[in-house]
Design a protein. Structure first.
Length: 162
């Protein structure tokens, strides 16, 4: 495999204030928000900048991150932000959209304040939802739906939860 490098530029940032979450899109990219009104959910691709370090980028195996999981697991079988390319994706419910100011109000995102946002894509059930899926037995007790995740005890899932 070649050592080709790709350049990725953030299109905005995650903002968290007064208990609210939003994506603030940089001015040059605000026209790209046109047409998003009416979508209830978006897929947000973001850069895990706090773990953008050579040590974390070299991680390809994690030692027992999940209590019910195997003793070691490949990083691609996790949603860990420590990975060769620290890119994350989160489906988010849209609460509001202001194209002029570039603010997309969202219900929640599992990112830190000022996290770089790489892209925004509309959530489309025809391509983002799959009727029949399977998961390994070690995660079979996890919620089946996004909406159920908010009340699920995720701390009980992770080996080193605090």
């Amino acid at each position: 495999m070649s050592n080709t490098h790709y350049q990725v530029m953030p299109i905005g940032r995650v903002a968290i204030d007064n208990g609210g979450f939003s994506i603030v899109v940089a001015e040059p990219y605000r026209p790209a928000l046109e047409g998003l009104a009416g979508f209830s959910h978006l897929n947000i691709l973001w850069w895990c900048h706090h773990l953008d370090d050579p040590v974390y980028r070299e991680m390809v195996v994690a030692d027992k991150p999940y209590k019910a999981g195997p003793d070691q697991i490949g990083i691609f079988a996790t949603r860990s932000p420590a990975r060769p390319n620290p890119i994350a994706i989160t489906a988010v419910p849209v609460l509001g959209l202001d194209v002029a100011s570039g603010v997309v109000q969202i219900a929640y995102i599992d990112a830190e304040p000022d996290t770089p946002v790489l892209d925004i894509k509309p959530y489309l059930p025809a391509v983002d939802r799959i009727k029949e899926t399977t998961s390994p037995a070690w995660c079979s007790g996890w919620p089946s739906w996004y909406e159920d995740s908010a009340t699920f005890d995720w701390g009980a899932v992770f080996e080193n939860a605090q």
